[in-house]
Write a protein that binds this ligand. Structure first.
Ligand SMILES: [Zn+2]
Length: 431
């Protein structure tokens, strides 16, 4: 049901904007305004769409006032002052809003979901997991996340490939398809497993080098095992994402030349310095993971290591995680990226991690936006394609209401998501 003022607000929000018929959209039909057909004007090429807002965050720390982003066939063809925009192009205006690069979450678990009994579904049939992965992907896309890295499950592969075909909406998916751990075996078995996953189409290699935080987070892999795993991945051109909570496991991963430390919830300053010195990325999952577990506790409790003791360990280190995050930000040259470790219940709420990093962790909103976009893209080796609003980049864009540099909560006020040039979602701000 619309409130009486909704259509007025929509008109104000969209201004005289038009939507090109080229744009595929999963939004409710009544939230779209269609005007000129593509190719109607001889001055404008078919497939061009202009999006304007009060400001454009370029994803690299720059803010451009009063600009329009020109999208053409999946790429950003220009970012121009309002006066220089092509007059006849279909156009969406967002007065009061901000345009940003599509958000990137470098650590999610795409297929985790609750079963029909409302509890964490472990060992669900793959077809069920795949469909939940699609649903989780849509939830994250609608929250502005146009790229996610899933660490990772076999069903991620077909979900990734189906979404990449461009019919089923979803974020760009990068996946490890599985993981290596102490159970994998010695160095030779590590190398063999990297080969197996690489041959099956893994985009990166996930390695468990420490216990879970619910089991204390101690090291579980030797230096030789990590050398073998990260070395074999490097030979295949694959990045390595190492689950490491404590200093020993993270230091071994740094020595082994791995790419990114995930979690690091117990890291000390010496280890943070080592990560910086060796050029590793640090992906602290600072807030959402534990907040979601505590909010959804009854749906996890009693399954695997989701015990009362495990929850107590996580709860006891909430401030410790935030402190490691703050120390990470203060560590010279350390690249701290945006990842949430979103599991069942957290998909689509990823941006709450951003709120906490700014409001509790003290990160400047401008720096948070860089970590969420271009820096996260760099950690995925996609910095030339995504994470930046500039000519030539893939047109992955998010429009939010308000100014996230003034109030980070604006990042949760998503109005439009463009993924690879396709407009996927547009919500009436009055609804
Ligand atoms: Zn994880």
């Amino acid at each position: 049901m619309e409130s009486p003022g909704a259509s007025t607000r929509r008109a104000r929000w969209l201004g005289a904007g038009c939507l090109a018929a080229l744009v595929a959209c999963s939004a409710p039909a009544d939230s779209l305004v269609a005007c000129s057909a593509p190719g109607e004007s001889p001055d404008v090429e078919p497939g061009v769409l202009v999006i304007t807002a009060d400001r454009v965050f370029d994803g690299r720390g720059g803010v451009l006032e009063e600009r329009g982003v020109v999208v053409h066939e999946g790429r950003i063809s220009a970012v121009l002052p309002l006066a220089d925009l092509p007059d006849a192009a279909p156009r969406l205006d967002f007065p009061g809003g901000s345009i940003l690069p599509g958000f990137v979450d470098t650590h999610v678990h795409l297929d985790w979901h609750f079963g029909e009994d409302g509890r964490l579904a472990r060992g669900a049939p793959p077809e069920q997991s795949a469909l939940h992965a699609v649903e989780n992907g849509i939830r994250m896309l609608e929250a502005g996340f146009t790229t996610i890295q899933s660490l990772g499950s076999p069903v991620d592969g077909p979900v990734r490939d189906i979404i990449a075909r461009g019919v089923v909406p979803g974020p760009r998916i990068i996946t490890s398809l599985g993981s290596l751990s102490a159970r994998t075996g010695g160095p030779d078995a590590m190398r063999a497993e990297v080969e197996r996953l690489a041959n099956r189409g893994a985009d990166a290699i996930k390695i468990f080098a420490s216990e879970s935080s619910r089991d204390g987070g101690g090291p579980t892999l030797s230096q030789e095992q990590l050398d073998a795993a990260c070395g074999a991945a490097r030979e295949r051109g694959l990045r390595t994402l190492v689950h490491a909570h404590g200093p020993v496991s993270a230091s071994r991963a740094a020595e082994a030349g791995c790419t990114t430390i995930e979690h690091g919830s117990l890291l000390d300053q010496a280890t943070l310095d080592l990560l910086a010195e060796r050029g590793l990325f640090f992906d602290p999952n600072t807030y959402l993971i534990v907040a979601n577990y505590l909010e959804q506790k009854e749906r996890y409790l009693g399954i695997g290591n989701y015990t009362e003791e495990g929850f107590a360990l996580m709860e006891a280190n909430i401030e410790g995680r935030m402190e490691v995050f703050r120390n990470g930000l203060a560590t010279a040259e350390l690249r701290v990226v945006f990842g949430t470790d979103a599991v069942a219940g957290a998909h689509g709420q990823n941006i709450r991690e951003a709120f906490a990093r700014v409001e509790q962790g003290g990160q400047a909103p401008e720096d948070l936006i860089v970590a969420l976009t271009s820096l996260a893209a760099e950690s995925l080796e996609l910095e030339d394609e995504i994470g930046t609003v500039a000519e030539g980049y893939v047109s992955d864009l998010v429009v939010v209401e308000g100014d996230p540099a003034a109030d980070v909560r604006a990042l949760g006020e998503v109005r439009l998501v463009v993924r690879d040039g396709r407009l996927h979602w547009l919500r009436d701000p009055g609804s």
